[in-house]
Design a protein around this ligand. Structure first.
Ligand code: MTE
Ligand code: LUZ
Ligand code: MOS
Length: 759
């Protein structure tokens, strides 16, 4: 089944924030943001801006009626800089102007006197200075320190991972409209309507019941709007409160790239110990997360790095330590995988390192250490594992041995082109690791004509969650999907939502929708009993728009049944709540059962490197992926393909560059390369993992939003293998593996300084 939005998307009829018809008198906001990364804000000069054409109001920190604070976890993030600036791009002043163009002009007329302070961009420097966002986090299983003493082989190394720009097609933005008695309605391009509501209330001083947040859909979020939509909604809300006029702000691309945080860069150390049979006996990892200038979502991202630090492997002795380091970059934030990919890259690097030194294929070490049923993750949860089945199915169905042999033969006969192959297993935990967030609500109305309206806390951002919600209701009522309409995500209809994140939106909101539909369904079947002369509602079912009795279709159709129920004054609406059962985590001992289930899969990745030019192509990514029982194969396939390409981009070409002054150099699409149609793999093959295992997903259909991104990590190791087939080198585990870096490794030009080239 197609995504229900596909037609309106293609026709350009789908409504995004910028398509909302404007209310008469709407003003436009723009911010003056800090030109330096760290400094004392001594004064701001807005005089020229005040008299600039169309300017209605200029707002600084002191004008705020509420609190100048939007930090959700740690209160360390003012909405507008006050006294100090701590990253380049930090909002300082809001101008509120009659047109968007004039707003940008006015903002440019503002100047600030800032006394520069030391700029830190390196997380290890911040850690050495003790500048941490939260105290370090640690996972311990067994006793790594003493296990290393008994290992046949021990290897140590370091990895560098770069950030990643979300590059949602729709930039950040919000539109606030005043409602009566000082209330506000806020349209926001956010993954977290409740997070926006809270932030708006904080900066305006309003109570949550006075603020309505409404989200139609996003042109992509990818984690970038889980927390970071709050600022723009807060800015519009404050401006609306002070001007009593509707205020809109939709960021220009370069503003968005400059002012918002990205995937967290990490610098990490690893130590891996193996026995003679290539079993990994001990693993130690230390992660330095580059959090940026304020907390944002860095602590839970850091935690997920620890949760996934052993990826799909069982390692009996693990010590993993993680530091969230405060630097003068824009606050980094959620990004598809949420720290998990960073943890996985480090263990995969450690394995590749060991394989290189022991002169075996990395896949040999990977295969021998896959986690099995009952094995314990470093955080105490016991695996119900499909790591081995997905590996075996990928290995057999894609004939990994032959792919590997072909690469070896090709490399023997090709002088300047070399092929590389790598396996990439993935194991990703599904649930917010913060247990209280694993809850959702759904409101279902059946109207008297038989049509159905569904509202949930899930935000549609291209991942097809609305299609899945409509499918749940249609399936529960035995209707065609056209009979169901999924409405906007709105805090008046659905309160206290968790953000649409952690790949869990379809599960959580789908389960809530299922519960609501089931309640209404039962009420309707009670009404049907006498009409179809049945004794027990268990004999009845709903399918193709009719009531069925003992599996036989009756003459009672859905719409007349609904009308009959209404005339009998039966409630045709339901608001249901779902909370994932059986999960929890105790941070005092760093053990628990945080995940409802894990998603497993294994990819085979093949690349060809042009060893004269350093360029490469990804020939294929072939994965065996655990969908459970997919609810919508078209949507899920799209998620897998998109995730893989986004993962490949992070591994290979996407290079976020800040200079030592904390200025973003890759600040536009001309200087930041994302995968295009020419850089996607020649082949993406997807096999559903054959499994009948029960899980806690909606209709047994496992979450699919984030896990496939991590198949892309395999490309790094495939390229590395190809490079090593050409030259006797040992490329550093340093992301992204751009063609420039490939070239330098091919010709061992360690004299070339990347930093010098970039700056
Ligand atoms: N797919 C599209 N097209 N656009 C997006 O913004 N976000 C990803 C993923 N797939 C995203 C996407 C991220 S980061 C998450 S957490 C999930 O979708 C969230 O949606 P779900 O919980 O419904 O899977
Ligand atoms: N967001 C969050 C997430 O707040 N908690 C999580 O555990 C998570 N995991 C993945 C993606 N986003
Ligand atoms: Mo996704 S990083 O959970 O928004």
């Amino acid at each position: 089944m197609k995504n229900i939005d596909s037609k309106s998307h293609v026709r350009g009829e789908s409504v995004y924030l910028d398509d909302i018809p404007l209310v008469e008198g709407t003003l436009f906001a723009c911010v003056f943001d800090s030109p330096v990364a760290h400094g004392k804000l001594k004064s701001v000069d807005t005089t020229e801006a005040q008299t600039s054409e169309g300017v209605f109001r200029v707002i600084t920190a002191k004008d705020l009626i509420g609190e100048n604070q939007i930090g959700g976890i740690v209160p360390d993030e003012p909405l507008l800089a006050d006294g100090e600036v701590h990253f380049q791009g930090m909002p300082i002043v809001i101008v509120v102007v009659t047109s968007e163009t004039l707003a940008h002009k006015a903002a440019k007329k503002i100047t600030a006197d800032i006394e520069p302070l030391e700029v830190v961009t390196d997380p290890r420097v911040a850690a050495a200075d003790g500048d941490l966002i939260v105290p370090p986090k640690k996972f311990v299983l067994g006793d790594a320190a003493s296990a290393f003493a008994n290992c046949a082989h021990v290897f140590e190394g370091k990895t560098e991972q770069n950030g990643q720009e979300h590059l949602y097609i729709e930039t950040q933005g919000a539109y606030a409209v005043p409602t009566e008695n000082g209330g506000l309605k806020v349209y926001s391009s956010t993954q977290g309507p409740t997070a926006v509501q809270r932030a708006v209330c904080r900066v305006t001083g309003l109570a949550m019941h006075q603020v309505e947040v409404d989200v139609q859909r996003l042109g992509g979020g990818f984690g970038g709007k889980e927390d970071q939509a709050n600022a723009w909604a807060g800015i519009c809300a404050v401006a609306t409160q002070l001007t009593k006029r509707p205020v809109k702000y939709a960021l220009h691309r370069m503003e968005d790239m400059r002012m918002t945080g990205k995937r967290h860069p990490y610098s990490s150390d690893y130590k891996i110990g193996l026995d003679r049979d290539l079993k990994i006996v001990a693993y130690e990892a230390t992660f330095y997360q580059n959090a940026g200038a304020s907390c944002d979502l860095s602590p839970p991202v850091l935690e997920r790095t620890l949760f996934h630090c052993t990826n799909s492997y069982y390692i009996p002795n693990v010590t993993a330590t993680a530091y969230s380091c405060r630097t003068n970059l824009p606050p980094n934030t959620a990004f598809r995988g949420f720290g998990g990919p960073q943890g996985m890259f480090v263990i995969e690097s450690a394995i590749a390192h060991a394989a290189e030194k022991l002169n075996v294929a990395a896949s040999e070490i990977q295969r021998r250490n896959l986690i099995d049923d009952g094995d314990e993750f470093p955080y105490g949860q016991k695996a119900e594992s499909d790591a081995i089945t997905s590996w075996t199915q990928a290995e057999e169905k894609y004939d990994f041995a032959t792919l590997q042999k072909e690469a070896v033969e090709f490399n023997a006969s090709s002088r300047y082109f070399k092929k590389g192959v790598a396996m990439m297993p993935v194991c990703f935990g599904i649930s917010f690791t913060k247990t209280p967030m694993n809850q959702a609500r759904s409101l279902v109305h059946v109207y008297t004509d038989g049509s159905v309206a569904v509202s949930t806390g899930a935000v549609e951002m291209g991942q097809g969650v609305n299609t899945k919600m409509a499918q749940v209701a249609a399936r529960m009522f035995g209707l065609e999907i056209d009979s169901v309409k999924v409405h906007t995500t709105n805090t008046l209809r659905i309160a206290n939502t968790s953000p649409t994140a952690a790949s869990a939106a379809a599960d959580l909101n789908g389960k809530a929708t299922q519960l609501a539909c089931e309640t209404i369904r039962k009420r309707l079947l009670e009404v049907a009993l006498p009409l179809v002369e049945a004794a027990n509602i268990d004999d009845l079912s709903l399918a193709d728009g009719f009531v069925y009795r003992s599996g036989e279709r009756t003459s009672l159709a859905w719409a007349p049944l609904v009308m009959e129920a209404h005339l009998k004054r039966v409630n045709l609406s339901e608001h249901s709540h779902y909370a994932t059962p059986g999960i929890g985590f105790d941070w005092s001992i760093a053990k628990g059962h945080p995940f409802a289930y894990h998603v497993y899969g294994t990819a085979v990745v093949g690349v060809t490197v042009d060893c004269l030019r350093g360029r490469y192509e990804v020939d294929y990514v072939k994965c065996c992926h655990d969908f459970g029982t997919s609810m919508n194969t078209a949507v899920d396939l799209g998620q897998i393909e998109g995730g893989i390409v986004q993962g490949l981009g992070w591994m290979t070409m996407e290079e976020v560059v800040y200079d030592d002054d904390g200025k973003l150099r890759s600040n536009a699409l001309s200087t930041y390369k994302v995968p295009d149609i020419y850089s996607i793999p020649a082949e993406i093959a997807v096999l559903p993992l054959e499994t009948t295992r029960e899980n806690m997903a909606i209709f047994n259909s496992k979450a699919v939003g984030e896990p496939p991104l991590m198949y892309g990590i395999g490309a790094y190791f495939a390229i590395r293998n190809a490079v090593k087939a050409y030259s006797d080198c040992s490329p550093a585990f340093d992301l992204p593996f751009t063609p420039e870096k490939v070239l330098m490794n091919l010709y061992n030009s360690d004299l070339v300084d990347m930093k010098a080239i970039n700056s």
